[in-house]
Design a protein around this ligand. Structure first.
Ligand code: FES
Length: 332
């Protein structure tokens, strides 16, 4: 059936939600609050691997994704660390409203930043970007792997978890504190890193773009994006006034077919047609809306999939990605 589009603003939250209690709040840096969440009845929580994140459902209906920074082996607590940013809805809630004992709804852990076993690691963090790396570094240190962390911060005093990181065995922390005039030479660091050393990076967009630009093709570099990755080719196309094309999306299981016009996401088109798809960030960074592609060629615009996953074209993020082919068939 062909469905017409209607304006629609309500999105369906992920179905895998749970209500937890804010067991402990602790300021771990002047602008960073650690929140430890536990089940109100003490029930165990689903496991979470290093690199996983959860969605925090805010009282105003918005959702924000935060990396888990606690011990993945602790099945009774999830910990997140939230930076206090001006006008940030999540940070305003955590820093200004959330009290110990209050309950909050969360989306259960998802992981777009897989951590694989290796004998050596290079970690590159900028500020609050340390949060997904912390469980990885703990795991690497626990296994006796050789690790190095380059930690870029405004000052040592503003760097969350610095004391713990410096105390972990088998590795070292290179602190690049702006107030000490120390700036990371990304090009030199990447050039000196052998291709068999996996590189995990999280931080401000500028730092991650610099690491991506300096990486050699043979290097295994993995990123966790907090904000959508900038695509220079698309930016240029937008600046030139080039508009996206319409395309057709067929839902193989439900039989629904929709046309996705320029300016409308696949997620919005399906939502208007009554096809519910879990979503969260709607910016292509959390992976919640990832959907299997059965036919057609996606035009990937997310910040989640690797280059290899993009080339394979087996899945796509419906909130941002579009189609290169006139028709996509999805496993919905
Ligand atoms: S909703 Fe987050 S990637 Fe689509």
């Amino acid at each position: 059936m062909m469905s017409s589009l209607e304006p629609e603003t309500q999105r369906r939250p992920p179905s895998t939600t749970r209500t937890l209690r804010a067991h402990r709040l602790e300021r771990v840096a002047p602008q960073v609050m650690l929140v430890e969440l536990r089940d109100p009845d003490g029930r165990p929580l689903p496991p979470a691997e290093p690199g996983a994140h959860i969605d925090l459902h805010l009282p105003d209906g918005a959702m924000r994704s935060y990396s888990l920074c606690g011990d993945p082996a602790d099945r009774h607590a999830y910990s997140i660390a939230v930076l206090n940013v001006p006008d940030g809805r999540g940070s305003r809630f955590v820093h200004g409203e959330l009290e110990p004992g209050a309950t909050v709804a969360i989306g259960l852990p998802r992981n777009n930043f897989r951590f694989d076993e290796a004998p050596r690691y290079l970690f590159i963090a900028g500020g609050i970007g340390i949060t997904p790396l912390l469980p990885m570094i703990r795991a690497a240190a626990g296994r006796g792997a050789d690790w190095t962390l380059h930690y870029c911060v405004r000052s040592a005093a503003a760097a969350p978890f610095l004391g713990e990181l410096r105390a972990l065995p088998h590795g070292r922390v290179e602190l690049n504190a702006a107030d000490e005039g120390r700036k990371l030479d990304v090009d030199a660091l990447l050039a000196a890193t052998p291709p068999d050393v996996p590189i995990y990076c999280c931080g401000p967009q500028r730092l991650m773009e610099a690491v991506a630009a300096a990486a050699q093709p043979a290097q295994d570099v993995r990123f966790e994006w907090f904000t959508p990755r900038v695509d220079p080719v698309r930016e240029e196309a937008t600046a030139d006034g080039l508009e996206d094309d319409s395309f057709e999306v067929v839902c193989a299981r439900s039989g629904v077919t929709v046309t996705v016009p320029p300016g409308t996401s696949v997620l919005e088109a399906l939502d208007a047609a009554g096809v519910a798809v879990d979503s969260s960030c709607e910016q292509g960074i959390c992976g919640t809306c990832e959907t299997t592609v059965l036919e057609g060629e996606p035009d990937h615009r997310d910040s989640v999939l690797s280059d290899a996953e993009r080339a394979a074209g087996k899945t796509m993020m419906l909130c941002v990605s579009r189609a290169r082919s006139a028709r996509l068939v999805l496993d919905l």
